[in-house]
Design a protein around this ligand. Sequence first.
Ligand SMILES: NC(=O)c1ccc[n+]([C@@H]2O[C@H](COP(=O)([O-])OP(=O)(O)OC[C@H]3O[C@@H](n4cnc5c(N)ncnc54)[C@H](OP(=O)(O)O)[C@@H]3O)[C@@H](O)[C@H]2O)c1
Length: 219
Amino acid sequence: MTMLVTVLGATGKTGALIVAELLARGLPVRGVVRRPEAADVVRSQGAEPVLADLRSATEPLADALAGSDVVINAAAASDPQPGLAEAVDRDGAINAVNAARKADVPRFLQVSSLFADRPDQGPEFLHRVLRAKEVSDRALADSDLSWTIVRPGGLTDDPGTGLVRIADRLDIAPGVPRTIPRADVAAVTVAAIDAPSSRCRAFDLTSGDTSIPTALSGA
Ligand SMILES: NC(=O)c1ccc[n+]([C@@H]2O[C@H](COP(=O)([O-])OP(=O)(O)OC[C@H]3O[C@@H](n4cnc5c(N)ncnc54)[C@H](OP(=O)(O)O)[C@@H]3O)[C@@H](O)[C@H]2O)c1
């Protein structure tokens, strides 16, 4: 089935890999960018760029999402400026959920973070951003959208391996690796779009030794 997928944060490191993964599957892709100069990056990938900011009013953001079958939010505050996590990862992500509802987009996938469902157990320097994501993840889960929340561990730029660990809540023992290449996060997120087991479901994700389809089917 052909479906239009719109990616928020399309110029981000994970977002660009998600766009590439979708295009490789032959799907039409819209990439939301917040800086006009980033539109060419998205266009050169083969996706349709649309200008919008998660911090804008809901109406223009809904216009950017209109006509999509699926929205994937891979946007996040990428610098530690005070208040930015609350503005982008919390309020901006909630705004995106409201915009998707307004635009009648049925499916919404959110790239969140390991420990967003238990911020106090995450590394102390991440507590603020994890608390921001905890609130927006809950808003998505409480919505009437068909939602999926992917909570990856520490992201690396290593090549993808296709081997992962997925569980509602991973047991993160001290010393157990909790990282994952962004390429594997992108592959899991795109595979989750039509994986029935990932509907209305949040799961932790790290590198592991299980193939993505198998890990997702048990998710
Ligand atoms: N870094 C880690 O180890 C780690 C671990 C677990 C989870 N995560 C999460 O994984 C996701 C992807 O991370 P990443 O490092 O790949 O992302 P990234 O490279 O930092 O990209 C973030 C994207 O969000 C966009 N963005 C920022 N503010 C925005 C706004 N107000 N409106 C619209 N777009 C906005 C950025 O656009 P510009 O290019 O215009 O800035 C960029 O495209 C994020 O949710 C992150 O929190 C990260």
